[in-house]
Design a protein around this ligand. Structure first.
Ligand SMILES: [Fe+2]
Length: 559
């Protein structure tokens, strides 16, 4: 037994004083569901005593509550567009101290190097960051991603203590059909957690999907689907992020039907830093669940012990002897007012400097394209042509067949019929897909990005070729990101030089230039009922209906 353990046992028995004690604090006991006024002793990063004790330093917490640090059961750090450490810091200041992340975007651009970057970048941050290894790289057989990850590649992560399992298994059709590639991955991670991506499968498909071993899902948008998954023995991660908000619908159903909550957790999936600062992170989910009628202790259980149990994190999610001292001191329980957040026994304070880990050169030079000429983005049309219609407020698209404007057999874009171009950017294959896009509405300009789910190739929309080519050249120059051009000149660019997904800059700077890009997009007439950047970033996603553009051309989902 080492000296540290000898000392800790002496404190646990009450023979020695701990370094620090929360005195007379109302402890949220997530095991028993009780709230008990007690003392909590911590030493270094551990909780040693929960009961009556004294410490070298004591903090009188009369009238206050102590709750375990919150857990986000599923998120993608890349979607914040900044270095992962920045999201973790801002979210931890609002009470989230554990993050179960799926580096799906980084893996689709850079394969194992991308996953390794995300692991490294989150090693010394103010939270416990665990990784679910991306299971679908590429996302589908039609995608031109930067890497392909097979079971043999994923095997490298089996012994990594920060890897808890396999990330969201999106290729449900393949899994249900018994596809060998997917089942090899499942077999490899059989003893760990298999995260799902289900939502509203019919009963047969859900049954087969669950039988494969998938244990969790964060795609439920209705109480009905959540209940079906619960009955199947799955954990339901209730999602409330920036783009997708499912909490009210599911939690209202739970309250109305008085459903047991022990298989429900909270997640954000994707949540922007500005929204985290304004409304909280998982703390928002807890607060909102309480407002909807969930008992505060139950809401906290959903945000702590349920997720810890799901992912086998025995040392997290509770206040008990031996647990890691990730704690939240609350001045009010019902409205979940946070006074201080402790990570490994220390109060979290905003850091002055950015954490910047070593970034491999290939991750900083990820835009690899063949030189692009105007002739590469010409679209031959004759007669009626399939048009990709953006739907207001959604990432779904709708297909129509229309007579589009043309000259000499080539499509001529205008303010109604924009041109959309997808350019393979990982291996300079020269693949360029060109299509016609309606209801986006950019006039006298073009807008481009390398954030383009799920393969993150270059996507550009414009009403003229000059601005489209100017955008592509700028994207190449800045190493990926967003940019917008008009009259042949680039008006704003958001460099996301880490894999074309994230910036090394402070999030304030990134947010400023994103807002400026949005402002210009509005001035250039982009449909006010869509988010110009989010809509752009989902135009190439091959798993969402109905019609898409990818570097291989116009793609009809499920056809
Ligand atoms: Fe996700």
């Amino acid at each position: 037994m080492n000296q540290k353990t000898v000392r800790e046992m002496a404190i646990a028995r009450g023979d020695q004083l701990a370094q620090f004690v929360f005195k007379n604090v109302s402890v949220i006991n997530v095991y028993s569901g009780e709230i008990i006024v007690q003392d909590v002793a911590i030493e270094d990063d551990k909780i040693i005593v929960v009961g009556q004790c004294s410490g070298v330093e004591e903090l009188d917490c009369t009238g206050k509550y102590l709750c375990p640090g919150l857990i986000d059961s599923h998120l993608h750090l890349e979607s914040t567009m900044v270095h992962p450490s920045q999201l973790v810091e801002q979210a931890s200041l609002t009470g989230t101290t554990t993050f179960i992340v799926d580096p799906h975007e980084a893996a689709n651009v850079a394969g194992k190097a991308g996953i390794n970057f995300m692991l490294d970048a989150t090693k010394d941050v103010t939270g416990n960051v665990y990784v679910m290894v991306p299971s679908c790289v590429p996302a589908s057989q039609y995608d031109d991603s930067g890497a392909t990850l097979l079971a043999s590649d994923l095997a490298d992560y089996l012994d990594n203590e920060r890897v808890l399992g396999l990330g969201e298994l999106m290729s449900s059709d393949e899994i249900v059909a018994g596809d060998a590639v997917m089942h090899d991955k499942i077999e490899l991670f059989r003893d760990k957690v298999l995260d799902g991506h289900a939502g509203s499968y019919d009963d047969k498909k859900l049954n087969a999907y669950r039988f494969s071993g998938v244990e969790t899902d964060h795609e439920c948008t209705t109480y009905h689907d959540a209940l079906r998954e619960l009955r199947c023995g799955m954990y339901v991660h209730i999602r409330e992020g920036s783009a997708t908000k499912n909490l009210d619908a599911i939690v209202e159903g739970i309250v109305e039907n008085n459903l047991p909550t022990n298989r429900f957790t909270f997640c954000t999936d994707d949540k922007h830093i500005s929204e985290i600062i304004e409304r909280g992170h998982i703390s928002y989910n807890v607060r909102r669940a309480i407002e909807l009628g969930v008992a505060p202790v139950k809401a906290i259980q959903m945000a702590t012990i349920n997720a810890a149990t799901c992912y086998g994190l025995k040392h997290l999610g509770a206040i008990s002897p031996g647990c890691q001292a990730d704690l939240i001191l609350l001045s009010d329980l019902n409205s979940f007012v946070i006074e201080t957040v402790y990570f490994k026994g220390r109060p979290i304070v905003p850091s002055a400097d950015l954490t910047d880990s070593e970034i491999a050169l290939n991750l900083l030079n990820s835009v690899n394209i063949k030189p692009l000429e105007q002739s590469d983005i010409q679209l031959t049309v004759s007669g009626e042509f399939p048009v990709i219609n953006v739907i207001d407020g959604q990432i779904l698209t709708h297909k129509t067949i229309e007579n589009v404007p043309q000259k000499d057999g080539y499509f001529v874009a205008d303010d109604i019929f924009n041109k959309v171009v997808a350019i393979e950017r990982h291996k300079a294959t020269g693949k360029v897909g060109v299509g016609v896009l309606k209801n986006y509405g950019i006039v006298n300009g073009a807008i481009a990005s390398t954030v383009s789910h799920d393969s993150h190739n270059i996507i550009v929309v414009g009403d003229n070729d000059t601005d489209i080519l100017a955008c592509v050249a700028k994207i190449k120059e800045i190493g990926g990101g967003y940019c917008i051009a008009s009259g042949g000149a680039v008006l704003e660019a958001v460099p996301l030089e880490i894999m074309g997904l994230m910036s090394r800059q402070d999030y304030h700077i990134v947010e400023q230039s994103v807002s400026h890009t949005l402002e210009i997009a509005r001035k250039l007439g982009v449909n006010p009922n869509i988010d110009p950047l989010i809509t752009l970033s989902f135009l190439a996603l091959t798993v969402i209906p109905e019609i898409r553009i990818i570097p291989r051309g116009v793609f009809e989902v499920g056809v």
